[in-house]
Write a protein that binds this ligand. Structure first.
Ligand SMILES: Nc1ncnc2c1ncn2[C@@H]1O[C@H](COP(=O)(O)OP(=O)(O)O)[C@@H](O)[C@H]1O
Ligand SMILES: [Mg+2]
Length: 266
């Protein structure tokens, strides 16, 4: 569903992605794990062309996302969930979810906020998938933070995407709420066969929810495998020690980072 090869991205003279390879199968839940500044958000943004990669290949559901002629078509297939549940507070949960359909309905209908009976039924179904069927008509600003984020997930699902990009979807939630939100996201993607790329910086959530973990450090993949294969040495590589000049220099040399990826069994 997603195929990324040697992807590079620079902002001015700041090289953020240094040749990223990543594959995600249909329905796979891939966690991109890395500390702040590793390039996780940039990587996700390249997938739906909120950022345009400088080099390499990036295919989503057979579409070339680097030299994409039809960004709108790409974004219909790729839904996004943000860290700060960007829901409209004064609208009901249902109306927020219906906005997920806007890309799919005609321009006139979307201007008039006219939704078909099918769209409304779909929105209810999506709220049901995140355990919020009973909150459909509640104003979104009366919901808790976790519930708002679940509305954001339901809205993404209502888009009927092939891929969901979730950029630190639980960053502002407490651990218990975070687990609940990730569980809903995981279960929905499993049930509907949606591929998820989920950025996280917490190892424990990654272990718990990922089918596969891709560890990113300074714009490079330093681990790629199932959670049970991620050992302490891999975690150390993902979360580099506090910056020291030697460490920073070593991290920039692929020859040092990659061969040691061979399973150390740590
Ligand atoms: N729009 C942008 N313009 C300039 N620099 C950016 C932009 N987005 C990200 N960066 C830089 O790219 C690097 C990686 O950022 P980011 O992808 O947000 O990492 P992460 O999500 O892992 O924290 C940082 O050094 C950040 O300052
Ligand atoms: Mg980020």
């Amino acid at each position: 569903m997603i195929r990324i090869r040697a992807l590079t991205k620079q902002y001015g003279d700041n090289t953020v992605l240094r040749g990223v390879d990543l594959d995600a199968a249909p329905g796979e839940f891939v966690v991109v794990l890395g500390e702040s500044g590793a390039g996780k958000s940039t990587l996700l943004r390249c997938v739906n062309r909120l950022a345009v990669a400088d080099g390499g290949e990036l295919e989503v559901d057979g579409m070339d996302a680097v030299h994409c002629a039809d960004t709108r078509a790409l974004r219909q297939r790729v839904a996004m969930i943000f860290q700060h549940h960007n829901v409209v507070p004064r609208l009901s949960a249902l109306k927020n979810v219906l906005t997920g359909r806007l890309g799919a309905v005609s321009t006139l209908a979307s201007v008039l906020h006219f939704f078909s009976r099918e769209d409304i039924a779909l929105a209810h179904e999506c709220l049901g998938r995140v355990g919020l069927a009973h909150k459909a008509h509640a104003r979104t600003d009366s919901l808790s933070g976790g519930q708002m984020q679940r509305v954001g997930i339901a809205r993404a699902l209502a888009q009927r995407p092939r891929v969901i990009l979730a950029d630190e979807p639980v960053a502002s939630l407490d651990p218990q709420t975070s687990r609940k939100v990730l569980q809903y996201l995981h279960d929905a993607s499993r049930a509907l066969g949606i591929t998820v790329l989920c950025n996280l910086h917490q190892v424990d959530y990654a272990r718990e929810f990922a089918d596969r973990i891709v560890g990113l450090a300074q714009g490079r993949v330093v681990f790629d495998g199932p959670p049970q294969e991620m050992g302490q040495a891999d975690i150390d590589r993902i979360y580099m020690a506090p910056p020291s000049p030697e460490r920073a220099e070593a991290a920039l040399q692929p020859a040092l980072a990659l061969p040691s990826m061979a399973r150390t069994g740590a």
